[in-house]
Design a protein around this ligand. Structure first.
Ligand SMILES: [Zn+2]
Length: 319
């Protein structure tokens, strides 16, 4: 509550006292001690980069379109077709997600991320040019979901992306992170166990012990986005490169595209289609933010599903 009222006070200061972005920043520097990423200590205030830089962002991403009450596109330039295709994709994905988890659209406790805003740059060059300055995120990626601090009532959930070949790159995958964060995974990005300490969250070190939740988050992004239509992953399935028990230990240190996204997809698809009762038991604790119970469950699973996973891979593998 203290944090929230401080944020409101600063917001008012900005509205009343300042005309330009640089003077906004000066005012912030004088008035408050900014929190470092998502870690808010006593006497500090959480103001994410996208609030501090709102004027600059709006100058570049100067157009807004509402796909629905809860989905907004803020963009540099998009054709009517891009806009309509993107909205359809997001609305279809949302329906698919809710059909899959059957939570009656009921968000987790303390989640105020009612609206997702997708911030879309005109291309890769503009993304690299602006995204770090605007959102304090690295630009060496294909888009990022920024959950902020969802327990704050004035929080905003933001997705940064760019157009590639006339489409918003990775739109679907990142949108699933938003849905997973609001309906499955309690707390902000730093709440579940993981070893990622990069911006914009700058989660505290040292990391908790594994297993983390990366296998689930990234695998689910790919699974909900593609369902059975994921040739890149299904072509790898026959190689049986990993045991399922190894994939539960996916982390930032062993990060590579095939392991995290393709094999993460195979792990989540296997669990969703063949071990749904175990998934529901796991999610019961993840939805309450009881991550030590989550870790205990995954440790107890151990290698018990490994041979069945490899048998299943044979049934989905394509040449
Ligand atoms: Zn992702």
């Amino acid at each position: 509550m203290i944090t929230k009222s401080l944020v409101t006070a600063v917001g008012l200061t900005l509205l009343v006292g300042c005309q330009t972005t640089s003077s906004n920043e000066e005012a912030i520097a004088k008035e408050v001690k900014l929190a470092y990423g998502n870690v808010v200590k006593d006497g500090e205030t959480y103001i994410p980069a996208w609030q501090r830089n709102v004027e600059e962002i709006n100058q570049v991403l100067s157009n807004v379109h509402h796909c629905a009450d809860n989905i907004v596109l803020r963009y540099q330039t998009m054709s009517a077709q891009d806009i309509s295709d993107s909205c359809k994709l997001l609305l279809d994905t949302q329906e698919r997600f809710h059909g899959m988890f059957k939570r009656q659209h009921k968000p987790l406790l303390h989640d105020n991320n009612t609206v997702l805003r997708a911030n879309i740059y005109a291309g890769r060059d503009d993304y690299v040019k602006y995204v770090t300055k605007h959102f304090d995120v690295p630009s060496n990626n294909g888009g990022m979901y920024l959950e902020g601090l969802p327990h704050l009532e004035n929080n905003s959930a933001e997705y940064v992306a760019y157009l590639r070949d006339g489409k918003v790159w990775n739109l679907n995958h990142e949108f699933v992170h938003y849905l997973d964060g609001r309906f499955n995974t309690y707390g902000d990005y730093c709440s579940p166990p993981h070893d990622n300490h990069y911006g914009p969250e700058y989660c505290p070190t040292p990391a908790p012990e594994p297993p983390y939740l990366i296998w689930w988050g990234e695998g689910l992004g790919e699974y909900v986005a593609h369902l059975n239509d994921n040739e890149g992953a299904l072509k790898l399935a026959g190689d049986k490169t990993y045991q399922l028990s190894e994939l539960f230990y996916n982390n930032s240190a062993n990060w590579d595209t095939k392991r995290i996204y393709r094999w993460g997809y195979l792990a989540v698809r296997y669990m969703m289609e063949n071990q749904r009762d175990k998934v529901e038991t796991m999610l019961f604790h993840v939805r309450r933010g009881d991550y030590s119970r989550y870790q205990k469950i995954v440790k107890d699973w151990g290698t018990s599903m490994d041979s069945d996973f490899h048998r299943w891979l044979d049934t989905v593998a394509v040449q």
